[in-house]
Ligand binder design. Structure first.
Ligand code: ATP
Length: 223
């Protein structure tokens, strides 16, 4: 029988905290009084049924949705109401559902955007070492890659920008089992580098294998 009874590790430092956050879109309230914490180096799985508010929680945690009430702290600073840029510059890397890559641009152009001002030869070498298939597809448009390859390209941002916290929405949505394994190998490597990770995942077992803490969201409330 599967056990999900894990004791929470003590973390010296809270990377991300949502304190009593209520948030939504227009008149619609999606998150209700949510408390959510990710420690330094901690892996958190965020699970829940469709429409529970998982994507909205990630978007609120990185400044894309402004909380109606409550507080969002990141890297020790109160960033409530700040724009996504403030979160990015402090080391947040949000990989949205749908991958967040530019389908009409080539793999190389996507890597250039991801890596901002870093040296391109270095960036290409790093991406190709991580995901060899990307190294052989540099001139191909991202939209013509397979789903698994597109997810690898999206995930390379989490390496190239050296973030402190990666939030990944539906890492394995629509992927074949082998591609899912490859993505999880890459996520495991990220965790070994010591960064914090939040994963929203439909393959519950995959997420539980990696996570030390599990939050379950239902109708916008942490249960
Ligand atoms: P799924 O597992 O299906 O992706 P989720 O748990 O990620 O769902 P959200 O995408 O956060 O859930 O959606 C929560 C609720 O907010 C849903 O009822 C959805 O219709 C609504 N919602 C999401 N985005 C918007 C938006 N931009 N405007 C209005 N309502 C929205």
């Amino acid at each position: 029988m599967m056990s999900v009874n894990r004791s929470r590790r003590a973390h010296d430092f809270e990377m991300l905290t949502l304190h009593s956050v209520t948030a939504g879109y227009g008149e619609t309230t999606v998150l209700r009084d949510v408390n959510f914490t990710v420690g330094d180096g901690e892996v958190v799985a965020l699970l829940g049924p469709n429409g529970a508010g998982k994507t909205t929680l990630l978007r609120t945690a990185t400044g894309f949705v402004k909380p109606r009430s409550g507080r969002v702290e990141f890297g020790g600073a109160d960033l409530t109401g700040h724009r996504p840029h403030a979160f990015v510059t402090r080391g947040a890397c949000h990989l949205p559902e749908g991958r967040g890559i530019f389908p009409s641009l080539t793999v190389r152009e996507n890597l250039r955007i991801q890596a901002r001002s870093r040296d391109m030869n270095e960036v290409v070498a790093e991406a190709a070492e991580l995901f060899p298939v990307l190294g052989s597809r540099l001139r191909q448009t991202a939209g013509s890659l397979s789903g698994g390859e597109q997810q690898m390209l999206a995930l390379s941002r989490a390496y190239l920008t050296r973030p402190k916290l990666v939030l990944i929405d539906e890492a394995s949505l629509g992927l074949a089992p082998l591609a899912v394994d490859r993505i999880y190998d890459a996520l495991r490597q990220l965790v070994e580098r010591g960064l914090s990770l939040v994963i929203v995942e439909q393959y519950v077992q995959k997420a539980l294998d990696l996570a030390s803490t599990v939050y379950i969201l239902n109708r916008g409330e942490v249960i």
